[in-house]
Write a protein that binds this ligand. Sequence first.
Ligand SMILES: [Zn+2]
Length: 344
Amino acid sequence: MEESFLYPFAEPPADGCLQEVGAGMFWLRMPLPFPPGHINLYCLAEPDGGWTMFDCGVHDDVTKELWSRVERDGLGGRPITRLLVSHWHADHAGLAGWLSLRHGAPVLMAASEFLQCRGLDRPPDCASVAAAEAFHRRQGLGGDGLAGLLDYMANGRRRHGPMPAEFDGLVHGQDVVLGGRHWRIFLCGGHALDLVAAWCPSANVFFTSDQVLPLISAHVGVMVMDPHADALGRFLRSLELMRREIPADVLVLPSHNMPFVGLHQRIDQLVAHHDRRCQALLAACVIEPRSCFDMLPLLFRRQLEAGFLALALRETQAHVNHLLSLGRLAPVEGQDGTVRYRAV
Ligand SMILES: [Zn+2]
């Protein structure tokens, strides 16, 4: 299906180099030490000579080194005057504090995303670890799998630097002038808490961050601190809104893969993808009640190590919660503390 998308740029820019994607808009790539191996950042030239950045890259030495080169060559020594951070994940927000301090630039974020980043400035407390343990036990995970996952949570590599103490909050529907143009802010649930996407009608450009990617279906999961959330419902509603309000021929600037034209088709594919996953879970729960852990192989075929196991379990829970909210599944509390689900 993806062949029907239009990719206006044949090649991505080399790491740390800028490529123009529209008048005064540039695409910059930074490497990632985890899949998919790169992130796309975008720079807007400001009429006053500064730059607005969309996202930052991870907090590691390789990315910091590349930033020094970008500042000198790509940005021509002109300062970053605003830093829009789409969401709290390390590839987007990891260097936000470092860049903001370096340039004296305010950070623009949704409040929930900013607070989540501030929370990562400290290691997880006992209550959060206990909540994660209880959450995964209810999902049917125990033994070495659970121990490995909790160990990863306590000791996993941190790729976020410290955040500034203040920020400029973005709200849904807000009109913000960036790079001399009006952009409309969309706050989108499901992948993160309130991921910021930004649409510029006059340039017909839409920065989607991870909410819509051309080749990858981004993680949609519940947070352990909000275990009953209908994260998939929020994700799907954000896609519906985009499809209704944004023209089909918009140039999509995603955070991974390549910029493309084909927003509506890609949204239709993502909706169908999640619907297929829900149908697979429902079909399994008709036969007998199943826990989230039982259902993992229906959604994820590869071997899951600790970090990815946590994501996969949270994604399975998001699909289950969506089916619960639609009244298609009902929970069955087991004597062992595991919650299983039967099709209604
Ligand atoms: Zn993300």
